[in-house]
Design a binder for this molecule. Structure first.
Ligand code: SF4
Ligand code: SF4
Ligand code: SF4
Ligand code: FES
Length: 951
């Protein structure tokens, strides 16, 4: 195995239809206009020495190492900042240039520690490489002059160090933080010899605005910014390209290893979703994969009050199968079911849904997408005909207006958030619709034109009011609507939306958004050029989640903002494979590829392939499973890698449902909260041990490759195959590639997908139907026509949620995520990311806090009609009066003890975003927390008994 080296072309690629031909060192080369001489030389296979240039950043021209001679021009211009010109004749290697470059290097090296042999970057240092490239043999200035070699180290960041003594002030880090990440945390402080890199106003990295994305570390050509894992382990000796297992951006990484020990995760430049950028989670928070809390052996127990007993895999499978069969014998086939996980690969999800349908003989299969993006699936298929976003991430580079509703990209989808900010800095206009003042509203060099700070639960009203403005002010794109949309449905919708009850003025008292702001935002969206909508769980997790998705789709169709680059309707998917888990047939009514189980032709195709008879009736959704558990008709559950106790709403209802079941089987990395109610536990594998694919928010199918062998000795899909076999339905795959081949055979939109092709082309975006390598799928959907033919406008009546504030519960709680953690925190809590967020806190407006005598940092009780918890209050001007906010990353907080069972009318997606609550000062843990603490003792005891060496 070898390290995968990526070529650095020195400056970014340029796109232009005008081509320029020039001559470099006697070679003729043709490149797009705007290309730098340095990049043109690299394209011709000629390497020019460089230090301050790298192809992820705009050229800066500070080091002078890349000087060249150009015939007819005076001096020695920097090749990184000099654009090519027709007929230009460039010389990159002359005696004059060699002398100049050696002189530059002499100056750098005279002020640099000469500890190369013991330096962490030894072998991976551009300064070292350049000293060799220019033939540096001595340093005329000596090493005793004024220098920076005693400069202090900053080791405050948990993941990387800043050793100022090694800094050559090339400014690559500063530019990476500005251009790539968009955080502007670093500056060059001082001038001339005294200049140095400074996080913020001479703060430590940890105290600065730094969000630990790692872009500066990656850009640094020396050992100044270095990963602590590299300092500890040394340089990697081989690497594997794989995909991040956190969010729906789906960033590609090089897992860099020594043997089977990961020493660094480097974002991959050729990654279609991230193009070399990352966030703190994917870049640094992978240590959970070898955390001592991982459970390594299967365990069983008769009752949930019994201690766990470690058993062999075969015994655990046989035990699980016997108990499931016994339940079915007594209560019927439909008395058991399963839940798939959006954290698992497409292949793992596929085999679990196949096991449930073919071996359990029931469609009682659902997925955690039920509680996040199920309204997206419903809403977009009703309007456009497909259950997926319409664009690729790159599309935002062409947007003129960006409307973000119910999403917080800089925390939830950070790499895409950075891309969006870059476009905003370049001039696109921003509209934010969110109760909170999220970072995008105002951050360095980004300022929203309009922030519609609506009352939680009024999304449909606000989007309808925008549509009303567009219709009544004559801003509809008539030609698009006439050509592309169903005229009857449009006419009905147009008449509905034009009614006064949908006007911004009528709805202002409900939404809390001034009518003139809504009208202005509507005009900007409709007339500002390419307008794109990005939305997240702040849209879907409502009683009208599906209605809002359809209202958004209506907006895009009415203005013609669909079917080309720069526009579209883009759900920012939560978990890494939420798109894939839905694609793979995890819903109770749909087989893989979103085809209804009642469709005889489709069902017969699967029946023929799987050799079974399938149930034509949809099965139970997750909330129905819990309700049926309470009424006694549902008795057994298989849960794949999902902590439903922590992630599903109304925890008390979930736990009492689980307590009533005869058999609960959990497959996970850790003994999670759900495992407290399990009878069988199968150890899962981390993404570093998996072979398969994830599908991201842009429908991009990326390969996940094994960086290390399974730590538990089995691939995760082995369990589903073995359990299905033990239940009487033989299921076996020799390789994971065979699972994808079966998916491709049975799913039209995946027809042209195979591991071999992905390994050759990198990634594809479904629909991908051709087998040839040049068919990499569809980046932009609905170009010529909608997937359903004509686009369908749907009437979206605003219906207020049943969840009302009262004197007893006068505030509205809304929930979300923060950058450092992922969902229930099972992974990120087991990494150094806890340094940024050790606990969930309640963000509360100063007025609401003062009324209750709450000061910043006080512990408060947060109570709803469902339950109560205690957590720390943080007074925040992000919150409007009357609205409080928390995250759900720490199980001890139990944020979902508070949330209700209200759900989306179409899909049952829970209404996490609107819960009426009261807040009061309190130093007492809630009853729920007292119970949690008791169970936690047991969990810790078991985890301690399963210690593996942390690497
Ligand atoms: S880690 Fe990222 S945010 Fe922090 S200073 Fe470096 S580039 Fe900026
Ligand atoms: S820290 Fe690294 S990237 Fe930043 S100026 Fe110093 S040498 Fe250049
Ligand atoms: S968490 Fe999301 S944005 Fe961050 S590296 Fe992973 S996929 Fe990329
Ligand atoms: S690489 Fe061109 S001036 Fe530094």
């Amino acid at each position: 195995m070898t390290l995968i080296h990526e070529t650095d072309y020195g400056t970014p690629a340029r796109v232009s239809e005008t081509l320029v031909t020039l001559e470099i060192d006697g070679r003729s080369i043709t490149v797009p206009e705007g290309t730098s001489v340095m990049r043109a030389a690299m394209d011709a296979g000629i390497t020019v020495p460089k230090l301050c240039a790298t192809d992820s950043l705009e050229p800066f021209g500070s080091c002078r190492l890349c000087a060249v001679e150009i015939e007819g021009r005076r001096g020695t211009p920097a090749s990184c900042t000099t654009p090519v010109a027709p007929g230009m004749k460039v010389h990159t290697q002359t005696d004059k240039l060699a002398k100049l470059r050696r002189g530059v290097m002499e100056l750098y090296i005279s002020d640099h520690p000469l500890d190369c042999l013991t330096c962490a970057a030894n072998g991976d240092c551009e300064l070292q490489d350049m000293a060799g490239a220019v033939g540096l043999r001595n340093v005329r200035y000596g090493f005793d002059g004024e220098n920076h070699r005693a400069a202090a180290k900053d080791e405050s960041n948990p993941y990387f160090t800043f050793d100022a003594s090694k800094c050559i002030v090339c400014s690559r880090c500063v530019r990476a933080c500005q251009e790539t990440q968009g955080t502007f945390a670093l500056t060059i402080d001082g001038r001339g010899f005294a200049s140095s890199v400074s996080p913020g106003a001479k703060e430590s990295f940890m105290d600065s605005e730094c969000v630990s994305c790692g872009a500066c570390v990656q850009a640094c050509p020396t050992a100044t910014l270095t990963e602590k894992s590299i300092i500890e382990h040394g340089q990697p000796e081989h690497s594997v390209i794989t995909t991040c297992a956190y969010c729906g951006v789906g960033c590609s990484f090089k897992a860099e290893l020594q043997g089977t020990t990961v020493v660094r995760m480097t974002p991959w430049k050729d990654g279609g979703a991230n193009e070399g950028h990352s966030c703190v989670k994917g870049r640094f928070a992978w240590g959970y994969a070898t955390h001592k809390d991982r459970i390594m052996k299967p365990m069983v127990r008769e009752k949930i009050t019994d201690p766990w007993r470690e058993v062999s895999w075969e015994e655990a499978v046989a035990y699980a199968a016997e108990r499931l069969k016994a339940v079915q014998a007594k209560y019927g086939r439909g008395s058991i079911g399963g839940i798939t996980s959006s954290r698992c690969t497409n292949e793992e999800v596929y085999v679990v849904q196949k096991m449930i349908r073919a071996a359990f003989g029931t469609n009682n299969i659902d997925t955690c997408a039920r509680v996040c993006h199920s309204p997206t699936g419903y809403g977009l298929s009703q309007t456009f005909g497909t259950s997926a976003g319409t664009q690729d991430f790159k599309s935002v580079d062409k947007s003129d207006v960006i409307l973000v509703i119910g999403a917080n990209p800089t925390d939830g989808h950070p790499v895409f958030g950075s891309r969006m900010k870059k476009r905003l800095r370049a001039g696109a206009k921003l509209i934010v619709i969110d109760p909170r003042r999220i970072d995008l509203v105002r951050s360095p060099h980004v300022q929203a034109e309009y922030h519609l700070q609506l009352q939680p639960g009024t999304n449909v009203a606000v989007v309808n009011a925008i549509a009303h403005t567009i219709v009544t002010e004559g801003l509809v794109n008539r030609s698009f609507v006439e050509e592309r949309c169903d005229p009857k449905e449009f006419a009905k919708w147009e008449a509905f939306i034009a009614e006064h009850r949908n006007s911004p003025e009528y709805l202002e008292s409900r939404t809390g958004v001034p009518a003139d702001q809504v009208r202005a935002a509507a005009r900007l969206y409709a007339t500002g050029g390419n307008a794109a909508i990005y939305y997240g769980l702040g849209v879907t997790e409502h009683s009208q989640g599906s209605s809002t998705v359809m209202a958004i789709a209506n907006l895009a169709m009415a203005t013609g903002n669909i079917g080309r680059e720069g526009v579209g309707v883009n759900p920012l998917r939560g978990q890494n494979n939420v798109q894939g888990s839905c694609d793979m047939g995890s819903f109770p009514h749909e087989l893989p590829g979103y085809r209804h189980v009642s469709d005889d032709a489709v069902r017969h195709e699967f029946e023929a392939a799987w050799g079974v008879t399938l149930d034509p009736e949809p099965g139970l959704r997750i909330p129905n499973m819990f309700d049926s558990a309470h009424d006694g008709s549902f008795r057994g559950l298989f849960v794949q890698g999902e902590d439903i106790v922590q992630s599903d709403p109304n925890t008390n209802h979930v736990t009492s449902a689980l307590e009533s079941l005869d058999i609960v089987i959990v497959q996970d990395l850790f003994l999670n909260e759900t495992a407290a109610f399990a009878h069988v536990f199968f150890p899962g594998t981390s993404f570093l041990e998996k072979d398969g694919t994830f599908t991201n928010a842009e429908r991009r199918i990326n390969r996940v490759r094994k960086a290390m062998p399974s730590k538990v000795g089995k691939d995760e899909h082995w369990v589903a195959c073995a359990l299905a076999t033990a239940m009487g339905y033989p299921m076996h795959y020799e390789t994971t590639a065979q699972i994808m081949d079966e998916i491709a055979r049975l799913t039209p939109t995946f027809r042209g997908v195979s591991f071999e092709k992905l390994d050759r082309v990198g990634s594809v975006q479904w629909p991908c139907t051709g087998f040839e390598d040049d068919d990499t799928g569809m980046a932009i959907m609905h170009g010529e026509s909608f997937a359903r033919g004509l686009g369908r406008f749907v009437i979206t009546e605003y219906v207020p949620t049943d969840e009302r504030t009262t004197r007893m519960y006068p505030l509205v709680l809304t929930t979300g995520r923060i950058l450092a953690h992922y969902n229930v925190g099972a992974q990120t809590r087991r990494t150094a990311n806890v340094a940024w967020h050790p606990e969930d806190v309640l963000e509360i407006n100063a007025v609401d806090a003062e009324i209750r005598g709450v000061k910043d940092g006080d512990m408060v009780s947060l109570a709803s009609r469902m339950g109560a918890t205690t957590l720390r209050a943080v007074i925040s001007d992000r919150m409007p009066a009357g609205v409080v906010y928390t995250t759900f990353h720490h199980p001890v907080t139990g944020a979902n003890v508070i949330t209700t069972e209200n759900s989306d009318w179409a899909t049952n997606c829970p209404e996490y975003k609107v819960t009426a609550v009261q807040v009061a000062r309190s130093n007492q843990p809630s009853d729920w927390q007292v119970d949690y603490a008791k169970n936690d003792v047991e969990r810790k005891r078991i985890a301690a008994a399963n210690v593996i060496a942390a690497e």
